[in-house]
Design a binder for this molecule. Sequence first.
Ligand SMILES: Cc1cc2nc3c(=O)[nH]c(=O)nc-3n(C[C@H](O)[C@H](O)[C@H](O)COP(=O)(O)OP(=O)(O)OC[C@H]3O[C@@H](n4cnc5c(N)ncnc54)[C@H](O)[C@@H]3O)c2cc1C
Length: 396
Amino acid sequence: MDLNYSAADESFRMEVRQWLTANLPADLQHKVLNHRRLGREEMVRWHKILAKKGWVAPGWPIEWGGTGWNATQRHIFEEECASAGTPMILPFGIAMVAPVIMRFGTEEQKRHYLPRIYDCTDWWCQGYSEPGSGSDLASLKTRAVRDGDHYVVNGQKTWTTLAQHADMMFCLVRTSDEGRAQEGISFLLIDMKTPGIIVRPIIMLDEDHEVNEVFLDDVRVPVANRVGEENKGWTCAKYLLGHERTGIAAVGRSKRELAFLKRLAREHHKNGRPIIEDPLFAAKVAQLEIELMALEMTVLRVISSEGAQRGPGPEASLLKIKGTEVQQWLTELMVEAVGPYAMPFERDFLEGKAEHALDADAAPLAAYYFNFRKTSIYGGSNEIQRNIISQMILGL
Ligand SMILES: Cc1cc2nc3c(=O)[nH]c(=O)nc-3n(C[C@H](O)[C@H](O)[C@H](O)COP(=O)(O)OP(=O)(O)OC[C@H]3O[C@@H](n4cnc5c(N)ncnc54)[C@H](O)[C@@H]3O)c2cc1C
């Protein structure tokens, strides 16, 4: 196992860095680096710029637009994007439903959906969780009943991220009550404009509209929109979740945020001196940096084993737990560093419509802190990840 970057890797890094410098729009970069919120148009704009360059889906097979980069190059690319402050590419299309369509979809589904996912013609959302079915996802109750060449879908999904913008939803539905709960689930692709779908906002702790409830009332979905066999949707669901968890560690972004935290701690004072000079605070920052370095090494180890043709397996759970703990800890220390300056959060300021602020670095941080409470819950809660580790790695 070699964790050092080769000369070829370093020259690849320079190529990516130079391209980002020339092509990342300054307004988007400003928002990302300063913890402001991005709207649909802004996220799609960046998606399309990357798609035009051919870099929006590095992990895809080349025939569908993948770059052919190896795992280390993909890691370098993500690191450079994070360090430059690019908007994130939403995972629901590129990283989640697309691999499922490639693996289990028909040729027709591939030809129709993959190019539209690639260039963001369709914005996707994920309809897995329901009230009462989150960790215990297989208990889901949204039902699809066959009616000729359609399914009629009734039920409710919840926590559906950015469904207010979505054109399409990939959705788990119950098509049978026979056998084990996992055996009666199917995987459907639902057009959000179909009559009978209502999307209602759930406002989060940071006052942002990021998640939704989605109600389905006699929604007619063509049978042709089912991926994989009827009642075999659980196989697709599990395949997709593995892809969801590997991306969550976000080491590159945490490295950028650590540098930001250190700057905050140099510029903000407590008892007349920069808070970074407070030994207790400095020790916390040092501990966090050690955790982050250890996480980075773990990511590189996982990548190097992927290069050796072994999938990430349950290590994805480990990365999810550690990655999200580091992210949450960063936001905690940011708020601690700026104290009361973090408190006044205002929607217009966060959305970039107002440039006021007593302290522009600090003003978004309370909202940022609250927003990041989600990371240990979504993508399968961290407690569930610990269960997976204990069963699959420790053999308990
Ligand atoms: C911001 C956000 C965005 C989300 N986006 C989406 C989305 O786009 N699409 C989607 O389908 N879902 C989404 N989710 C839902 C997410 O996947 C679920 O919230 C998550 O799986 C947990 O389910 P739950 O909320 O029903 O909690 P529950 O499953 O009810 O769990 C409650 C608590 O009990 C613990 N717990 C449960 N079972 C066990 C166990 N066996 N052992 C130990 N502890 C256990 C959990 O860890 C948690 O702390 C999102 C959630 C959030 C917060």
